[in-house]
Design a protein. Structure first.
Length: 328
């Protein structure tokens, strides 16, 4: 099951030496700095020693982040840019669940985004910058139109400070580029290989999440694990089902049953064969490139399959440039 990511990584796929500074910084904070084999020494540290070396709070804004390790193109575990492996069919061909949330980008968009010029700058500067001419194409594919932008629960409203009038436009692009476009590519690739892929869009806002953030990253987790009591949320977050209607609990039970059924049978629909569910939800179809559908898990309307064609132009542009532009 693929949640919070796909085979094509959400960031540039790094080479091993890209993390040399982080590695050297961690080593410098341990007795291993003078060891003959620093790596073996690090492996021998206690969890407390290693944690103390990694999690260092600094008032220096330019201090190196030593907790941000991501997948590395090592030629072994990850042998090639994963977009190449996907295109070549070089992946383990087993059934999958792959999904994302409706408003992923609200958690990954920079802000404030007041104007097209702001969005262009955010696209072309920083860690995930794209070339200026490519940014121009993205701006065309992701128009400033609240009726087609994410965070649909806002209707045609534009967020104010600190988000900005074009925050929803920005969130549409950044959500697609990091999670949703790679999710769609994953489903297309599995289907093309004749391997079942069950793909979804989660579309329920839990308790404690502001409307301007919507159905952002991670919000499906409590539903999948049937965490009706909100274990682990307080005191940092409000329990996701607090003061919510029964529909939310029913959605969690429904999702959890689908996931457990997939683990047991590699088919999220198998559990319903015994008539243990009396709901009206249609079955979750395996992905079909001739008729692409994802499954919408929703608490306010009946969960259902929908055409997986929304924001088609933008996602095709992203996926066609995973290698050359996004380097992943």
């Amino acid at each position: 099951m693929m949640q919070s990511g796909n085979p094509v990584h959400f960031n540039r796929l790094n080479d091993p030496l890209d993390y040399a500074n982080q590695y050297n910084t961690i080593v410098s904070r341990t007795p291993c700095v003078n060891a003959t084999s620093q790596l073996e020494c690090l492996r021998g540290l206690s969890a407390e020693q290693y944690n103390a070396a990694v999690n260092v709070t600094s008032v220096n804004a330019t201090a190196i982040n030593t907790t941000g390790f991501m997948p590395v193109l090592d030629g072994d575990f990850i042998q090639k840019r994963t977009s190449i492996q996907m295109a070549n069919g070089e992946f383990v061909k087993v059934p999958i669940i792959s999904g994302a949330n409706s408003d992923e980008g609200s958690g990954f968009s920079p802000s404030p985004v007041e104007t097209t010029e702001d969005l262009y700058k955010f696209m072309t500067v920083g860690q995930n910058a794209v070339p200026p001419e490519f940014a121009d194409k993205l701006l065309e594919a992701y128009p400033d139109d609240p009726s087609v932008n994410v965070i649909a629960n806002l209707g045609d409203a534009r967020p104010g400070f600190p988000f900005g009038a074009q925050f929803r436009r920005s969130a549409s692009y950044f959500g697609d580029s990091v999670f949703i476009a790679p999710r769609r590519l994953t489903c297309q690739t599995w289907a093309a290989a004749g391997v079942p892929a069950y793909c979804y869009r989660f579309n329920a806002i839990p308790a404690g999440i502001p409307g301007v953030i919507g159905v952002t990253h991670f919000q499906e987790v409590a539903f999948v694990f049937l965490n009706l009591m909100g274990v682990g949320y307080p005191p940092v977050s409000i329990p996701p089902f607090e003061n919510k209607t029964q529909n939310y609990r029913d959605l969690s039970k429904f999702m959890n049953s689908n996931w457990v059924s997939f683990v047991h049978d590699l088919d999220p629909n198998a559990w319903r064969e015994g008539g243990v569910w009396n709901g009206s939800e249609e079955l979750w179809p395996a992905y079909d490139n001739a008729n692409p559908q994802d499954y919408v898990f929703d608490a306010n309307v009946t969960s259902h399959a929908e055409p997986d064609t929304w924001r088609k132009e933008g996602m095709e542009l992203i996926n066609a440039n995973n290698l050359e532009v996004y380097e992943r």
